[in-house]
Design a protein around this ligand. Structure first.
Ligand code: FES
Ligand SMILES: [Fe+2]
Length: 384
């Protein structure tokens, strides 16, 4: 975070602490509960997910030519491969013969990808390398049967893909100049995956995101875990176009002492990157979260969470073990049971809306943005 923004934020935090308040939206917002369970809304969201860049991997996992990762959580099978020239390309992970899934491993290194069904093989650049018994395919133009490529870009160390062939991709434009610059200031391109696990929950993907977007619940739900270490109901919030950033103020924050290098250690920052990435600055590292709708069931989601640590920093296994345990204990054992129960409760039809307080501006911004863009055509969104 640039110094000028740190200075501005510090004044804002000090004011909130003095006056026991936080960033307030203009008014409360009534969010329709249908966004968590309505099949038609879920269908429009799935189109939205295929129209904007989404993060599907971290480039540190594929440092060398031929290194690959596969990704299924979005519902679109994707193969991401490091190329000979160092760039990263993405393809549908589907064989061009009759559509079998091509690479079956989560990650690896390959000079050829060979389909298990009839052994058609493909090079890391996606081109078709071989067809067994090819006299049965004399009329096939091999150059037209490479893997179908997806628009892909590496930025801030993350691999972004638009899940629609032929679409344009411009991650910097998607983020906007201000947020792009702020992520650059953290040197995120120099981070690596330290821990990672998959997520599968019986809750709408947005219920999981919601848990990151306000500090109102901390001293209640997390009273025995992170609650004592973070100030509840103090979360300076700022919009960055489609995206948002909520700052977390640690209990150790001191208006006089939290200056210079200490400022960014005494605060955290939750970057909500539209649509489904949550990046959390945790003073020494980042957490990266991604939640995708699971198939056509709005009541389930899939995704992953990772700890990203600065590369070259001596790897302190105990430190990462401790951070990982805190993260999993807090989110999996406290936040997500609430999300699951909320999702289950939707069937009761008890209410048409949930109320987002003035003190929950991040939630308001996230939901209003999802609803606005889900109402637009994918074509209009990708042209933005
Ligand atoms: S489906 Fe892959 S080789 Fe036949
Ligand atoms: Fe929480």
């Amino acid at each position: 975070m640039r110094q000028a923004e740190q200075d501005r934020l510090k004044a804002e935090i000090d004011h909130y602490l003095e006056t026991s308040t936080t960033t307030m939206a203009e008014e409360e917002y009534l969010n329709p509960v249908g966004v968590y369970g309505d099949p038609d809304f879920a269908r429009r969201e799935r189109e939205l997910f295929r129209a904007v860049p989404v993060v599907i991997a971290h480039e540190s996992k594929i440092p060398n030519p031929g290194d690959f990762v596969t990704h299924d959580q979005s519902g679109v099978p994707v193969l991401v491969v490091r190329q000979e020239d160092g760039c990263v390309r993405a393809f549908f992970n589907l064989c061009r013969h009759r559509g079998a899934k091509l690479a079956l491993e989560d990650e690896g290194c390959a000079r050829r990808f060979t389909c298990i069904y009839h052994a058609w093989s493909f090079k890391p650049d996606g081109s078709l390398a071989g067809i067994p018994n090819d006299d049965g395919f004399r009329g096939v133009d091999r150059s037209a049967y490479g893997l179908t490529e997806l628009p892909c870009e590496v930025r801030h160390g993350m691999v972004w893909v638009v899940l629609t062939p032929g679409a344009s991709i411009d991650v910097a434009a998607h983020l906007g100049a201000e947020l792009d610059d702020e992520l650059t200031s953290f040197g995120l391109a120099g981070y690596q995956v330290e821990r990672e696990t998959e997520i599968a929950e019986q809750a709408n993907w947005k219920l999981l995101v919601d848990g990151f977007l306000e500090t109102y619940h901390l001293r209640f739900l997390h009273s025995d875990t992170v609650g004592p270490f973070i100030r509840s109901n103090c979360g300076p919030f700022k919009q960055f176009g489609l995206h948002g950033r909520m700052v977390i103020v640690r209990s150790r924050y001191d208006s006089e002492k939290s200056v210079g290098d200490r400022f960014l250690r005494d605060v955290g920052a939750v970057y909500q990157i539209f649509p489904n990435t949550v990046l959390v600055w945790q003073s020494t590292h980042f957490e990266r979260w991604a939640m995708f709708p699971d198939g056509d069931d709005p009541g389930r989601c899939k995704g992953y969470t990772s700890i990203l640590a600065p590369q070259g920093q001596e790897s302190d296994t105990r430190l990462w073990d401790t951070n990982w345990k805190i993260l999993l204990d807090t989110v999996q054992q406290e936040d997500w049971p609430v999300a699951r129960a909320t999702q289950a409760g939707l069937f009761a039809g008890a209410q048409d809306t949930f109320v987002f307080g003035r003190n929950e501006p991040g939630l308001q911004h996230f939901h209003k943005t999802v609803q606005r863009l889900a109402d637009e055509t994918p074509v209009a969104i990708s042209a933005r």
